[in-house]
Write a protein of this length. Structure first.
Lengths: 973, 243
């Protein structure tokens, strides 16, 4: 049995070899039909794996071609045909795989294979073997009712690729709609339970993946979905390079490109691997963009690197081959020193890392000033080197720097090694640019000296002060020294009117600049020259002049930047001897501002003589304001308009004249004027004054009592002044002048008469108001007394007053205080009471006579006495009423009255009246006692009251406190 | 996005304060029950804000569509509902919240591990500690009310086991489940905050007693309600808690 078992294969082998050898010998074609062993699937990869063998293969090796067909759904629907050639060994298992675009869970696939010998050692065979039988390929999934399965699930794919989504419907599920994020997507129905959605050129949304979700109409609460993990396309590393600084480490670097990492562990960031082929070393890079490769073999000069980046979907590589000595990135030079030789020279030294005396480096040296390279030089270096910088500026900061590279195989410059240094100061190298302004003040010169600051290259250091030496040319022995500390750019000197030579120098800590010299003559500042008008442009002014002498040392043009201001800010420009014109430009020039230029000629003796004055505008503007016009000689037919002149510095342009506008209704214009008709019958007359110096204009031929309006405005080349409101005037009446002529003299006459009257008032008084003689001073009184015939003259003491009226005359302001219900006493006195109370208390009608006696001294009134009481009664009636009760007043009155009569029989008294018996007869003023006074010529009596003698005394009521009207009975007296 | 910045800043500030208060809570229990109650209410209210976790998660996972947002809320993971919580006695309430928070903590941790190197990772990390802080406070509250929870150490994280998964769910489904969990988490914390507010408002509305005494009384009342029988179900058996 064992023998037969061992014999059987041997027999077959013999038979086969015989058969083969027969075929070989005969050259007959032979067919080898492959046999499928297994067909498996990898659902995640949507991959079908085929495993087969070639039975009956008698050769140890045979090149064969295989054809594989794949059909979908049914065997007739061939979707893929592929030829696969390989060398088949005896009894070998062959493998092949295929990726389906449709998830294998969704449809059934079928696969079969056939073969053909394709070996050159044998006769060519043109026919395939028979097909193997179809093998079904399917992934079994069960879909529960009312559920939906979506394939592929958690698919990882690259941006831009295509994918087919497959939906497997469970039972009772229909009307399924799907969305890719927020966009609806539609598919094709493959059969009643399967539909396919093709997505082309998918884009990257998020590292969290792109959600596809579906909902069925009959299962609204259920949501189904899958996530597509779309990865960004892995990029090839860029700018891959390696270099060494110390021959111990190679630093390789590259630009990695986008990170393709995805979350949910779908894909990590791409990895980077370095492989060196000569050494066979492979290292995983620890950084995304660089890796330090240790040089382990000193003898290795050439390196062949492959940088590979890889993610789950793709792998990319770049290659780099180089000689190590050609990739040396030299370290920066060290021990850099700088030594100042003098103010203009400095020496720099440095050292480099060298690999021996034969190793030559190329070093680049740069000198920078204010970040600008001002000097560059290359030198060859072994170990150390030095370089001398010359032509440096004193007192200047510099930055010197150096870098090196391999001179034989230049790869890359090293980093810079740099050092900053500053050169020392030197004496100023340039004389100051100086100028002066001279003006006379109180018989002496006030000289303002100006100088421009030296440039940094001229100052050679920090200017400390400016020295001024003033030499008196008339008295050579006299010279004065001044020192002006920096940063002043001018000073003012007060000098006697002599000739001077002024020396100005600038000092720094090292030395003095060359001197600048100016000579002032006696007439400096007094030169009178013609002023010329020039026209500027927006860029400035072109100034030209005529030289007066041929030996000028040069010319100076000066001007003020701020001509309108007090602060002139004098500018000047020095010009050479052969110059007769220049352009003055300045950013400070403004339109509408007048600039005055003075041109000086400098003689060989440094004396400056004023040649010309020129004035102009960069741009003339229309006047900004109109003049203030005054009206003179205003008559009914004409008037004169006059206005002041402008200050030339405040003119916005040269004034060329004035326009006078006159406006009225139905007016006739002067023939020289332009007439324009305005609405509402208004007429406008325009007159032009072409002479800017004319500052008056006579407006004539006007109508009396008419309204006129006028406006005076200047005009320049740029236009006229602002259109302001017209000034209104009205011509007077023709007769007004005549009236004026009459009234004025009349007024004067009246005034003269008044003055004359005043002057002759004494005379008038004597004529019109003669003084009433005082009977007590009369001579006749002495005569009577001497004759003891006193009864012939009525003595006041003998008079029994019937009525005593106290007139309480109050000054104007005092009358303001009137007790309510009590009329003014003067009013009371003028108004006779209708009834007077009698003794028995009854009131009866009693005739009264009132008169006023002017025979009493008026001065009593004037002195402010009121009533009978000289002192206290000067107070106001109110005070009187308060302080003096009526009954007391009566007593006082009686007492004082009597007293006054007794004590002052012949003197003037403050008593202002005494009632007298009225007499209807007139009498001589001198016959006071015998005849009651009657108003005579030029006299006037006020009324006084006379009452019958029988009347009882009147008891004053309390209410009569103010009106002191006292009635005295005859018997009582 | 710009408009969200101030809100996020405010949220960060609130969270910082919350974290501070939680850190304080871990050092030892407060002796003031009103203060603790107020703190718990604040913590619950703050963590109930969906802007803390849910919204960032939705944005990160590209779930910001009406359908997917709705899906997040259609089947929220079963947390005790607000009505259920309100119906619980106070000991049961505290116990239920404590247990649920322990599970939440684990789930947050699992979620954190699913989202490394993402923007929500630090938020999840912070949320985990916030939950731990609330748990500590609940533990202290129960201790303060003389009814300690049956948990050995307040600062120790809950010992609930992670859910065992027999089959790997699709990532899409995991996204939706996580979203639902976060929605449920925020809703649950909001409910807890409202219940705590009712605790807080209760004494001032009805009684003049101090909150401590009121709480003690309420606690005893609740405790006496749950104490009697062995057959009375545990909080966990009365409410359906996930995991």
């Amino acid at each position: 049995m064992a023998f037969s078992v061992a014999l059987h294969p041997a027999f077959l082998l013999v038979v086969l070899s015989l058969k083969t050898s027969r075929s070989e010998v005969l050259g007959e074609p032979f067919q080898l039909t492959p046999e499928i062993l297994t067909v498996s699937t990898e659902s995640k990869l949507q991959q079908v794996n085929l495993q087969w063998t070639v039975p009956n293969l008698t050769h140890q090796e045979l090149k064969m071609a295989f054809q594989i067909e794949i059909s979908r759904i049914n065997t007739s629907n061939i979707v893929w045909v592929e030829n696969y050639s390989t060398t088949v060994k005896w009894n070998q298992l062959l493998h092949w795989n295929w990726k389906s675009e449709i998830p294998l869970e969704c449809v059934t696939h079928f696969i079969r294979i056939r073969a053909m010998v394709d070996d050159a050692k044998y006769l060519p065979q043109n026919s395939w073997s028979n097909w193997s039988s179809w093998k079904e390929v399917s992934v079994q999934v069960s879909v529960a009712p009312n559920t939906l399965l979506i394939f592929p699930d958690n698919k990882l794919l690259e941006e831009g690729s295509n994918v087919t989504i497959c939906l497997l419907y469970g039972q009772y599920l229909y009307n399924v709609s799907c969305m890719l994020q927020k966009e609806p997507i539609h598919g094709e129905q493959l059969d009643s339970h399967v539909s396919l959605i093709k997505l082309n050129n998918v884009v990257f949304h998020s590292v969290s993946g792109t959600n596809i979700h579906c909902k069925a109409m009959n299962a609204t609460k259920m949501i189904f979905g899958t996530v597509l993990f779309v990865s960004k396309v892995l990029e090839e590393p860029k700018n891959f390079s390696c270099e060494t600084q110390d021959f111990k480490t190679l630093k390789c670097s590259w630009e990695p490109g986008v990170d393709t990492a995805l979350v949910w562990s779908q894909q990590d960031s791409q990895s980077y691997t370095l492989y060196e082929s000569f050494s066979g070393r492979r290292e995983l890079c620890d950084h995304r963009n660089s890796h330090n490769w240790q040089i382990t073999d000193d003898s290795q000069e050439t390196y062949n690197f492959t940088l590979t980046t890889e993610n789950n979907l793709r792998k990319r590589s770049v290659n780099l081959i180089f000689n190590l000595t050609h990739r040396v990135h030299q370290k920066a030079p060290h021990d850099v020193t700088l030594e100042n030789i003098d103010a203009r020279k400095a020496n720099m030294t440095w050292k480099v890392l060298s690999r021996g005396n034969n190793y030559i480096l190329l070093c680049q040296i740069e000198l920078q000033h204010e970040r600008e390279v001002i000097h560059e030089h290359n030198v060859s270096v072994h170990m150390s080197a030095s370089y001398l910088f010359s032509d440096l500026e004193p007192d200047t900061k510099y930055k010197a720097r150096v870098r090196c590279a391999d001179a034989n195989h230049f790869w890359k410059w090293s980093d810079w090694a740099q050092k900053e240094f500053c050169t020392p100061e030197a004496a100023p190298s340039q004389a100051l640019d100086v100028w002066r302004q001279v003006r006379s003040e109180n018989g002496s010169y006030v000289v303002t000296l100006f100088w421009k600051p030296l440039l940094k290259s001229q100052a050679n250091g920090k200017i400390v002060s400016y020295n001024i030496v003033v030499e008196n040319q008339d008295r050579l022995s006299e010279s004065e020294h001044y020192s002006v500390p920096a940063p002043a750019l001018g000073t003012q000197l007060s000098l006697d009117p002599c000739s001077y030579k002024i020396h100005i120098t600038a000092n720094n800590s090292v030395g003095v600049s060359p001197e600048s010299v100016m000579v002032l003559s006696n007439d400096s500042g007094h030169e009178e020259v013609h002023e010329k008008r020039i026209k500027g442009t927006k860029d400035g002014f072109h100034i030209s002049w005529e030289p007066t002498s041929g030996d000028a040392l040069g010319y100076v043009v000066d001007w003020c930047v701020h001509s309108r201001d007090q602060h002139c800010d004098l500018q000047w420009k020095n010009l050479g001897p052969n110059t007769t014109s220049t352009n003055i430009t300045s950013g400070a020039f403004k339109p509408g501002v007048r600039y005055n230029f003075r041109i000086f000629e400098k003689s060989m003796q440094q004396k400056a003589q004023l040649l010309e004055k020129q004035t102009g505008y960069t741009q003339e503007l229309a006047p900004l304001e109109n003049p203030e016009v005054t009206i003179n000689n205003f008559t009914s037919n004409s008037f004169i308009l006059s206005w002041p002149s402008y200050d030339s510095d405040f003119q916005s342009a040269f004034i060329e004249g004035y326009h006078v506008y006159l406006k009225s209704k139905e007016m006739q214009c002067h023939p020289k004027g332009k007439r324009m008709t305005l609405p509402d019958y208004w007429v406008l007359c325009e007159y032009e004054i072409k002479d800017p110096e004319q500052k008056a204009f006579t407006v004539e031929n006007l109508r009396p009592e008419s309204h006129y309006e006028f406006l005076v405005t200047p005009y320049t080349s740029a236009g006229q002044g602002p259109n302001e409101t017209f000034t209104k005037v009205m011509t007077p009446d023709e007769n007004s002048n005549m009236l004026l002529k009459i009234i004025l003299p009349m007024t004067l006459c009246v005034l003269l008469i008044i003055i004359a009257c005043y002057w002759k008032s004494q005379w008038v008084k004597e004529k019109c108001y003669p003084d009433i003689p005082n009977p007590y001073k009369s001579s006749i009184l002495s005569l009577i007394k001497s004759k003891k015939n006193a009864h012939l003259i009525m003595n006041v003491k003998d008079c029994i007053p019937d009525v005593l009226e106290v007139i309480n005359k109050v000054e104007g302001p005092k009358t303001q205080c009137i007790v309510s219900g009590n009329p003014h006493n003067e009013d009371v006195s003028m108004k006779p009471p209708s009834s007077v109370p009698t003794e028995d208390g009854s009131s009866g009608s009693v005739p009264f006579f009132f008169f006023e006696n002017f025979t009493y001294d008026q001065s009593a009134f004037d002195s402010g006495s009121h009533g009978l009481i000289p002192g206290p009664l000067k107070d106001t009636p109110c005070q009187l009423g308060l302080l003096t009760p009526p009954e007391k007043l009566l007593n006082v009155l009686e007492k004082d009255y009597m007293k006054s009569l007794a004590e002052s029989p012949t003197e003037e008294t403050s008593l202002i009246y005494v009632s007298q018996l009225a007499s209807p007869m007139g009498g001589d003023k001198d016959s006071l006692a015998t005849n009651p006074p009657m108003p005579g010529h030029c006299s006037e009596y006020k009324m006084q009251m006379a009452v019958p003698g029988r009347l009882p005394s009147l008891a004053l009521s309390e209410n009569n406190s103010l009106t002191s009207e006292i009635l005295l009975g005859q018997g009582e007296q | 996005m710009r408009a969200q910045f101030p809100q996020r800043t405010l949220l960060s500030l609130a969270l910082s304060l919350l974290f501070l208060s939680m850190a304080r809570a871990t050092r030892g229990c407060s002796s003031s029950s009103p203060q603790l109650l107020s703190q718990l209410q604040s913590q619950a209210n703050i963590t109930g804000d969906t802007r803390l976790l849910l919204e960032p998660y939705i944005l990160l996972q590209e779930l910001n569509t009406p359908t997917l947002r709705a899906a997040c809320r259609e089947y929220p993971v079963t947390f005790p509902s607000e009505d259920t919580l309100r119906a619980l006695s106070k000991p049961h309430f505290l116990s239920t919240v404590y247990t649920t928070l322990g599970r939440i903590q684990h789930q947050l941790d699992a979620l954190r591990q699913q989202s490394p190197k993402t923007k929500v990772f630090p938020l999840l990390e912070r949320a985990k500690w916030n939950v731990q802080g609330i748990r500590n406070n609940i533990y202290c509250m129960a201790h303060l009310l003389n009814h300690p929870l049956e948990t050995p150490n307040p600062t120790e994280a809950g010992s609930g086991a992670s859910p065992s998964t027999t089959t790997t769910p699709s990532i899409f489904q995991t996204k939706i489940d996580n979203c639902r969990f976060l929605w449920g988490y925020h809703s649950f914390m909001g409910s807890v905050g409202r219940v705590f507010r009712e605790w807080k408002d209760g004494p001032s509305r009805s009684r003049r007693h101090s909150p401590r005494h009121s709480l003690l009384r309420a606690w005893r009342k609740g405790a006496s309600r749950i104490r009697p029988s062995r057959s009375s179900q545990s909080p966990m058996s009365r409410v359906q808690v996930p995991w």
